[in-house]
Design a protein around this ligand. Structure first.
Ligand code: ADP
Length: 333
């Protein structure tokens, strides 16, 4: 039932690598963001300097890592990749920053999970390409300034609201990635099918596009499962194969997975439609609050199934109907 979780596991990374668009031109959808990035990159090239720092915000699987790679690739700049959880101390960050080469692109995934002490070091590094390294402890401690090579920071976050303002303000540009329309996802998997030489018919691609939670990573993943299904059953990768494969993996017609539905069920069945607080909801479905907030909610809200109110989360009438219930009716009646 992990098929719809938008985070990639290790086996998936190699496969994803092969499918990642290498240029803005190949990157499907997000037209506004693409044009904004294009302008920013071209201006930097004309002035022969490193592009401004870029923050990419949005749910997992929408293309943040891919865009960071494109920023490096389009500018023919080297790329260094790390993540917030890997930066536990200011020293971890100092080590990365001091080894950057001029013009390098530094990608920090999940930047909101970086240690506080490192955040402060990053402010100065972003603004002045300089860090102050603390040497010694207690009364004898001194700070030694260290010049850095000019670099471009590309930060990615699923929770831009969690970033402290001073950090957010130091990005020259923030891109908010949106869920993709089915037509865009169609182009993503059509391209993937060609690259992977999969024989999948248009109906099948269409069906997958509509059931992928608006997320390219999930669309690519479903494509592979459908391919598996066709392979094992000796048939074509057609709409029948898609339906059978998705049913097997508990994906419903709207692309909701088990966790999405579990969240709606808790609100509707246990709390008469809500409002329910985030932490109560998380405990009830046995997931972390962060996952509910960054992964489940944005999709349910955008699908018109969930509303966020000051008093908590509320299931919409459409959510009740999606679960096969009359809006407002008590369970079992
Ligand atoms: P994130 O970093 O936001 O979690 P990724 O950049 O890792 O997402 O994208 C996940 C997968 O989806 C990658 O394999 C990538 O090839 C594919 N993908 C994402 N966005 C696009 C896009 N706009 N066009 C084509 N493929 C995409």
């Amino acid at each position: 039932d992990e098929i719809l979780r938008p985070d990639a596991d290790d086996t998936e990374l190699a496969f994803e690598g092969a499918l990642r668009p290498q240029s803005l031109g190949e990157f499907v959808g997000q037209q506004k963001v693409r044009r904004q990035l294009q302008l920013l990159l071209e201006a930097a090239t004309l002035q022969n300097r490193a592009p401004d720092h870029i923050l990419l915000a949005g749910p997992p699987g929408l293309g943040k890592t891919t865009l960071a790679m494109i920023v490096a690739h389009e500018g023919r700049r080297p790329l260094r990749m790390t993540s917030g959880p890997a930066i536990q101390h200011a020293g971890d960050l100092a080590a990365v920053l001091s080894s950057l080469t001029p013009g390098e692109v530094l990608f920090i995934d999940e930047i909101h999970r970086m240690a506080r002490s490192a955040e402060e070091m990053l402010y100065l590094a972003m603004e002045d390409f300089r860090v102050d390294i603390m040497v010694g402890k207690g009364a004898g401690a001194t700070s030694i300034p260290l010049e850095l090579a000019p670099f471009t920071l590309v930060g990615a976050t699923t929770r831009s609201g969690l970033l402290p303002n001073p950090l957010r303000d130091r990005f020259g540009f923030t891109a908010h990635l949106e869920f993709y329309e089915p037509g865009e996802l169609f182009r993503v998997i059509e391209r993937a099918a060609t690259l992977l030489r999969l024989d999948v018919d248009g109906d099948a691609l269409h069906e997958i596009s509509g059931r992928s939670r608006g997320t390219p990573r999930i669309a690519n993943r479903l494509l592979r499962r459908v391919r598996d299904y066709a392979l094992v059953h000796g048939g074509r990768a057609d709409r029948t194969a898609v339906r059978a494969a998705l049913e097997l993996y508990d994906v419903d017609e709207q692309g909701l997975d088990r966790l999405d539905r579990a969240v709606l069920h808790v609100i509707v069945d246990r709390f008469a439609g809500g409002p329910v607080g985030l932490s109560t909801l998380a405990v009830s479905v046995g997931e972390e609050a962060e996952t509910i907030e960054a992964v489940v909610e944005p999709f349910l809200v955008r699908s018109g199934l969930l509303a966020r109110t000051p008093r908590g989360r509320v299931a919409t009438a459409e959510a009740w109907r999606h679960l096969g219930r009359e809006p407002g009716a008590a369970a079992g009646h």
